[in-house]
Ligand binder design. Structure first.
Ligand SMILES: C[S@@+](CC[C@H](N)C(=O)[O-])C[C@H]1O[C@@H](n2cnc3c(N)ncnc32)[C@H](O)[C@@H]1O
Length: 223
């Protein structure tokens, strides 16, 4: 994308009614704890897509589950622009995008406010494991916003990130719900995993890469 297009998209995304902009890192956003009443106007369960890029999972899931709410989060405005524009053009009511650092998630969501988290094709940070979105540091952040029994879905082309996540899950004694080592070979019937494809996923598939998936819980469901 040219710099001119990027600048245009940044200006436009700032004005989109379904895009919420970050606050200073030491501040709490006014929507924290109020996404239901203050933004969506209903108390439907909330799903986040982290490192959402163009937001294919946010929009794809929102179309399939109109009785749930979805927020795609990424720091890059020109990427968020794509999903936000589609949601506006198609009048998809249960979608918002948040332009913010995932590191500051607790400034935007309160305890138990989130029911599910999707992490599709986040950077594997080969040399900086602590920056991976499934590192213990990030899992502790998710613990502070996820409901008991909340589910985290990781979809990745990176064997390093996949193995690392499985290792963290084992070390922290977390509950694996589903593990699929090769999505297109082992679970071609899994509609959510095979028919929603992100921008990065399409590139990885063209290169013949294997796609891995694991869904897990940080805490068992409370009765
Ligand atoms: C490899 S891209 C994947 C994008 C998208 N999920 C896809 O599959 O096409 C990773 C994305 O994560 C975002 N990102 C990385 N670290 C982030 C952070 N700490 N906070 C917010 N966004 C982040 C980047 O801006 C980028 O859009």
């Amino acid at each position: 994308m040219s710099n001119k297009n990027k600048t245009g998209r940044i200006a436009e995304v700032n004005r989109f009614s379904n895009v919420i902009q970050y606050v200073a890192f030491e501040d709490e956003h006014e929507l924290k704890g109020k996404w239901s009443s203050g933004e969506f106007g209903n108390s439907n369960p909330l799903t986040l897509e982290l490192a959402c890029g163009k937001g294919e999972y946010t929009v794809g899931l929102a179309k399939r589950y109109p009785e749930r709410n979805f927020v795609g989060i990424d720091i890059k405005g020109p990427r968020i622009w794509v999903g936000a524009k589609e949601a506006l053009d198609k009048s998809i009511q249960n979608v918002r995008f948040l332009r913010a650092f995932i590191d500051h998630l607790e400034n935007y969501f309160s305890k138990d406010e989130v029911e599910e988290i999707w992490i599709p094709f986040s950077d594997p940070y080969l040399k900086r494991p602590k920056k991976r979105l499934t590192s213990p540091k990030f899992l502790n952040i998710y613990r502070n916003v996820l409901k008991p029994g909340g589910i985290i879905h990781l979809k990745t082309d990176s064997k390093v990130l996949y193995d690392y996540t499985l290792d963290v899950i084992m070390r922290e004694d977390l509950n694996v719900i589903t593990r699929i080592d090769d999505v297109y070979r082992d679970a071609p019937e899994h509609e959510l995993l095979t028919s929603i494809q992100t921008y990065y996923e399409k590139m990885h598939l063209k290169e013949g890469k294997t796609i891995h998936y694991v869904a897990f819980q940080l805490t068992p469901e409370m009765v």
